[in-house]
Design a protein around this ligand. Structure first.
Ligand SMILES: C[S@@+](CC[C@H](N)C(=O)[O-])C[C@H]1O[C@@H](n2cnc3c(N)ncnc32)[C@H](O)[C@@H]1O
Length: 261
């Protein structure tokens, strides 16, 4: 059995864990606390798969871009402790009322994940909870400026250029790596974008930032994007535009898995 999860391989044929690098997930899991109110959230199946594959019960999962709390709810359901950060204070206050914090702690901080001061608070929580580090980090940053999440200056979706976005993201990565247990995993969920008629491979740029910081790339998973709200009910128009021009319609995003050595 792997040292980094609780999977029981006695009945491996029935396992729900995906092992292919192509994930086609037809429908969002809407069970439990997942409400899908937040534009720009990811489907719960992503943290569900990652938590089961890369952590054991009672370990700590960390998400520096927690948003509406999809990772927090999955961690709670699967019996993992959780620490989440988001730059939007309102969102964090709302999330605090939704997590139960009973058997497993679920602590939320509002702050800028690229700042050392925010990670000082994260470390305080770890100390208070008598934990040395986190065992899995799930990072779902803004896809640069595709969705503007707030008016806050330090919100990564407000960075003025691709270079500034990548610099800010690399600081979040560096801070996150500092609290990640050795030999454990970090996942980046990201998509690409078009700017001025040019495909910008955001996913690969972010992957590059992680590799520059010494993380080992373990997998690049391609996941389908269905029912993307921005494109909902406009499939026909997008297809017509694509056919009358020279581009393809985004239908995928990346889940990149790294290991800290
Ligand atoms: C793509 S969303 C994450 C959504 C989340 N996975 C969910 O399912 O709800 C990105 C989040 O990053 C937050 N964010 C942007 N810049 C940030 C920063 N510098 N520090 C912390 N959070 C930030 C935004 O407020 C937004 O909620």
């Amino acid at each position: 059995m792997a040292v980094f999860n609780d999977l029981n391989l006695e009945n491996w044929k029935e396992s729900e864990i995906l092992t292919d690098s192509l994930w086609v997930i037809k429908e969002r899991d809407k069970s439990g606390k997942h409400s899908n109110f937040y534009h720009g959230n990811f489907i719960p199946q992503i943290p569900h798969q990652l938590i089961l594959r890369y952590t054991k019960k009672n370990e700590v999962v960390f998400d520096p871009f927690v948003g509406s709390g999809t990772t927090a709810f999955e961690a709670e359901t699967l019996g993992r402790h959780f620490i989440g950060v988001d730059i939007q204070k309102d969102l964090i206050e709302k999330l605090k009322t939704k997590v139960d914090n009973k058997e497993y702690f679920s602590e939320m901080i509002s702050g800028d994940s690229s700042k050392d001061t925010t990670f000082y608070k994260v470390n305080e929580i770890l100390k208070k909870q008598k934990k040395n580090n986190v065992s899995l980090a799930i990072l779902h940053p803004p896809y640069a400026d595709i969705i503007k999440f707030s008016d806050l200056k330090d919100d990564l979706s407000n960075e003025k250029s691709l270079e500034e976005f990548l610099y800010g993201f690399s600081l979040v990565l560096k801070n996150t790596i500092s609290i990640l247990e050795k030999d454990r995993y970090l996942a980046i969920i990201i998509g690409d974008k078009y700017t001025a008629g040019q495909w910008i491979p955001l996913g690969f740029y972010c992957m590059n930032e992680a590799q520059k910081l010494g993380l080992t790339l373990k997998s690049i998973i391609i996941k389908n994007m269905e029912g993307n709200r921005a494109k909902q009910n406009k499939e026909g128009i997008w297809r017509y535009r694509a056919l009358s021009s020279d581009y393809y319609i985004f239908k995928h995003e990346y889940i990149m898995i790294f290991k800290k050595s």
